[in-house]
Design a protein around this ligand. Structure first.
Ligand code: NAD
Ligand code: GLY
Length: 369
């Protein structure tokens, strides 16, 4: 099975990517030095699909389990859900020898990881990501968080998992829109580190509505592992995003976050705003770093093949989206640090981008490519 190892000293761990690896969770967990009880945290969509297999696998390997299911959706990623689960865990007798198992998409992973980071001042946790977004991005790297009224992901902790088990067959039950939006992060990875992957992604795009061919399903673990390896190498270099390298993963996210915050919740999915943000970032990259028109086209064609948006929805004006962009936390202290692409696979962190540039890029997104 493809395995990606993250080398982070005492916080090192492995990411296993294999079709049907849900049934190996107990065995893989058994190889870690964990002997307490497992608190399995999942959401109301994922638990009915995959929960029993994971619990069975853990119990077959000798682990006692408790189950904590919350209502699916970003609106549950908050402190109230954290408190509810922590109270349940105390009632179930979990102590500092326990560990958390996060089964679900990025919402479950971020919330369960945060619970693990604070329960008894921190217990280990295992990620079992079930969306594209979670498999290629959020389950790896140790960022955990919940949302508060003042903004998304404003309370959190760096807490690396002890193990990640990604089973690509779980992606087959995703609604096609959720499958497509997660692939925006794969396009981002391709743009910053592996431009030749764009072709593979265009091929995957052509098969999404067919539910993939057998060949594609067999090849999925390698493509997902390649994406994880890109993120893993970056996290190893800059675990806490203090050295300007992990920030490369924010390509397309600055404008994207502004657009995301400017629309009613759920109208645009995260990967959809990243698609829009990538278009804006590539346009700025042509202006400031000499990115070629062909390189820009290669990325935009891939986003288009995935049916991801490249134009703002009719009800979002560039002015409104810009207002939310300016309040994004990346602009704290007034400095705009913007990720640009000098060439395929070569991101740079720029302080040249001005507020006027951002306004122009946002205006561009109101037009067809
Ligand atoms: P999500 O967890 O809400 O999942 C999307 C939807 O799909 C949900 O309704 C979920 O119940 C359902 N679902 C999940 N797996 C399924 C499956 N296999 N079959 C059928 N339905 C399934 O959203 P997401 O896109 O996975 O993650 C978004 C979250 O991730 C956001 O909160 C974002 O802030 C966070 N995130 C975190 C990081 C990080 O580094 N920590 C990075 C990117 C995103
Ligand atoms: N998703 C961006 C990061 O993990 O840094």
């Amino acid at each position: 099975m493809p395995t990606v190892n993250l080398s982070l000293g005492t916080r090192s761990y492995s990411v296993h990517v294999e079709n049907n690896s849900l049934d190996s969770v107990g065995y893989l967990t058994g190889r870690l030095r964990l002997n307490g009880k497992a608190a399995v945290i999942s959401d109301s969509n994922v638990y009915p699909l995959y929960g029993e297999r994971v619990i069975q696998s853990l119990e077959d390997a000798g682990f006692a389990t408790s189950l904590h299911v919350f209502e699916a959706g970003e609106q549950s990623k908050n402190l109230a859900t954290v408190e509810q689960i922590v109270n349940e865990m105390v009632a179930e007798g979990h102590d500092r020898s326990s560990f958390v198992v996060a089964l679900g998409g990025g919402v479950v992973g971020d919330l369960a990881g945060f619970v693990a980071s604070i329960y008894y001042r921190g217990i280990p946790f295992i990620q079992i990501p079930t969306t594209v977004m979670a498999q290629v991005d959020s389950s790896v790297g140790g960022k955990t968080a919940v949302d508060i009224a003042a903004g998304k992901n404003l309370i959190g902790a760096f807490h690396q998992p002890s193990l990640v088990v990604a089973d690509p067959t779980t992606l087959l039950s995703l609604p096609p829109r959720v499958l497509r939006e997660g692939m925006a992060e794969m396009v981002k990875h391709a743009a910053i580190r592996a431009p030749r992957m764009l072709r593979t992604l265009r091929h995957l795009a052509s098969e999404i509505d067919l539910g993939f061919t057998l060949n594609t399903i067999d090849a999925l673990p390698d493509t997902i592992a390649e994406n994880i390896a890109i993120k893993a190498r970056i996290v190893e270099e800059d675990e806490k995003e203090t050295r300007g390298v992990r920030a490369f993963l924010n390509l397309g996210h600055t404008l994207g976050h502004g657009i995301e915050a400017s629309v009613p919740y759920g109208e645009l999915l995260h990967g959809e705003v990243v698609s829009l943000g990538l278009r804006g970032a590539l346009w700025l990259s042509r202006k400031y770093c000499g990115l070629s028109a062909a390189a820009e086209r290669d990325v935009l064609d891939t986003l288009k093949a995935l049916e991801l948006p490249l134009t703002l929805p009719a009800n979002v004006t560039a002015e409104r989206a810009l207002k939310f962009t300016a309040s994004d936390k990346k602009f704290s202290g007034g400095a705009i640090r913007f990720v640009l692409l000098r060439a395929p696979g070569e991101p740079v962190l720029s302080e040249d981008v001005t507020a006027d540039d951002l306004a122009e890029a946002m205006q561009l997104l109101a037009t067809k490519p």
